[in-house]
Design a protein around this ligand. Structure first.
Ligand code: MTE
Ligand code: MO
Length: 492
């Protein structure tokens, strides 16, 4: 048999194995599907620097890119197993076994894993091995090498057909389960807030569809509302379990809050402002009796994220909440449906866990949450920042009055002033639009009498404690980027 046929045999056998594993998982335990499980394990094992690079360079397409790379690696290994397996029967067994064990191991490594999560990968690997054996050795047994070409093509087409049917099945099952849960979200009717907070100009808010998304979830968790509950436990006098209906029955608050990602570079897109509806967390915690010594609240999500927030921060009077609504609708699936934490003034990784499953009161010594165990700061107040949104970097403008505009934020402290500097000129005051609270960004604008030539535009903000945003450049790791956003434009 030619090498090309061997490679083809490896590829269709692997495709068949992966697809059957995926359909099995889709019907039972979606997180146990080998592609998602390996992808999740890769994300968790990825060094912080590489993760930052991926978030910066790929944004939300980091996940499709990762899955594609995993697919290509599996395909390459499968082709090699197929080629080498023509002469070495051991490899026909070993190739699929290695891939199957990798899938099973990855599934077991997932935070919410169950022992039987190994089943889809192992069954898929066994089927891939059988298919490969049949393709490579099913023909002329006397030589073991020469295979009838037409028989091979028919067999390969059959296995490939099986792979297509199984992957179609996996997609269909995922869609139907996911579709039902998405519809359950659409039928949620949120009660009005008992306390609606300040009124907000719609222009200040980021529409849900444009709101940035940053998380480690390869597939958006689609939670079955009927089976969902939130457990509050650990260092409290009284533990609690709340269903979604229980949450909605509590008095709700609604607040405009700007959320910021620690991975946001100077000038970056990872922040947004929404009107959040939710259960205020401080009174809830107090009603349970927080034991003295409880320093850290660890929020866990259904897919195993852990996010820790200082208890003192949550009880200091800010509007930390268990959010169920975003800009007037139930939380979008991507943003944590059915409930997420929201801690104003703290970067998302340290205060705003999505897809909540439990809240545990503990100490800092006892537990390092996901990002903290990867070196990020345990306490993460949002640093004062500002951004030029208009004009765009490298814009070509015509001389005359140009409106320079953007946002500035210093959640919890509030923005006192924003200044703009053209080239090496003096700092000039920008005009601030009214902001509803210290927890939201401020929109600013500045009328620039632009004259011909290349120019740079820099912005800096001053918070209400009087502190001027630092010029000193810091990377996002480990506690958030600093520096003045500066863009270049050309006026003619
Ligand atoms: N379950 C879960 N929650 C999470 C994360 C995550 O990876 N998983 N990422 C956090 C980070 S880093 C940020 S910045 C915010 C982003 O929330 P958004 O995607 O709704 O904008 O969610 C936080 N909550
Ligand atoms: Mo983040």
């Amino acid at each position: 048999m030619r090498a090309l046929a061997g490679a083809a045999a490896g590829l269709v056998a692997a495709g068949f194995g992966v697809a059957t594993a995926e359909v099995l998982a889709a019907a039972t335990r979606p997180a146990a599907g080998p592609l998602i499980a390996v992808g999740g394990a890769v994300i968790d094992a990825t060094p912080t620097a590489v993760k930052e690079f991926a978030v910066r360079e790929l944004g939300t397409s980091d996940k499709p890119v990762l899955l594609t790379v995993i697919g290509l690696v599996v395909a390459a290994l499968a082709a090699v197993a197929g080629i080498a397996g023509r002469r070495r029967p051991l490899l026909v067994v070993a190739g699929p076994a290695v891939l199957g064990l990798a899938g099973a191991g990855a599934a077991l490594s997932r935070p919410a894993a169950e022992p039987y999560d190994v089943v889809p990968s192992l069954v898929g690997a066994a089927l891939a091995g059988l298919a490969l054996w049949w393709l490579l050795r099913g023909g002329d047994r006397t030589s073991g090498v020469r295979v009838d070409r037409r028989r091979f093509l028919r067999a390969a087409a059959l296995v490939a057909g099986g792979a297509v049917v199984a992957s179609g099945g996996a997609v269909a099952v995922r869609r139907s389960v996911g579709g039902a849960r998405a519809r359950a979200r659409e039928s949620v009717r949120l009660p009005a807030a008992a306390d609606t907070g300040p009124s907000v100009d719609a222009g200040l808010l980021t529409p849900n569809k444009d709101f940035y998304r940053v998380d480690t979830a390869l597939t958006v968790p689609r939670i079955d509302l009927d089976g969902w509950s939130l457990r509050v436990h650990g260092m409290v006098d009284r533990e609690l379990r709340l269903s979604f209906a229980d949450l909605l029955a509590l008095p709700l608050i609604e607040r405009p809050v700007t959320m910021t990602c620690v991975s946001n570079e100077v000038g970056g897109p990872y922040l947004g402002t929404a009107r959040w509806l939710g259960v205020p967390l401080a009174p809830l915690l107090r009603s349970l009796g927080v034991k003295s010594g409880a320093e850290q609240l660890v929020a866990r999500s259904v897919e195993g994220m852990t996010i820790g927030t200082p208890v003192a921060t949550l009880l200091d009077g800010r509007d930390a909440m268990l959010a169920v609504g975003m800009n007037g609708e139930p939380l979008p699936l991507e943003h944590g449906f059915p409930a997420r934490m929201l801690t104003p003034g703290v970067y998302g990784y340290a205060g705003s866990c999505k897809w909540l499953s439990s809240l545990e009161l503990t100490t800092f010594d006892q537990f390092d949450p996901y990002w903290v165990s990867r070196g990020w700061a345990a306490e993460a107040p949002v640093k004062t920042g500002s951004r030029v949104d208009r004009p765009r970097p490298f814009a070509r403008l015509t001389a005359g009055t140009v409106t320079v505009a953007g946002v500035a934020w210093a959640q919890r402290r509030g923005i006192e002033a924003v200044e703009v500097r053209i080239d090496d000129g003096p700092w000039a005051q920008a005009e601030l639009l009214p902001a509803p609270s210290v927890d939201t960004w401020v929109q600013w604008r500045y009328s620039w009498p632009a004259v011909a030539g290349p120019h740079s535009i820099a912005v800096r903000a001053t918070d209400r404690t009087g502190a001027v945003q630092t010029q000193s450049r810091a990377t996002p790791f480990p506690s958030g980027a600093t520096g003045w956003h500066t863009i270049s434009v050309t006026v003619s």
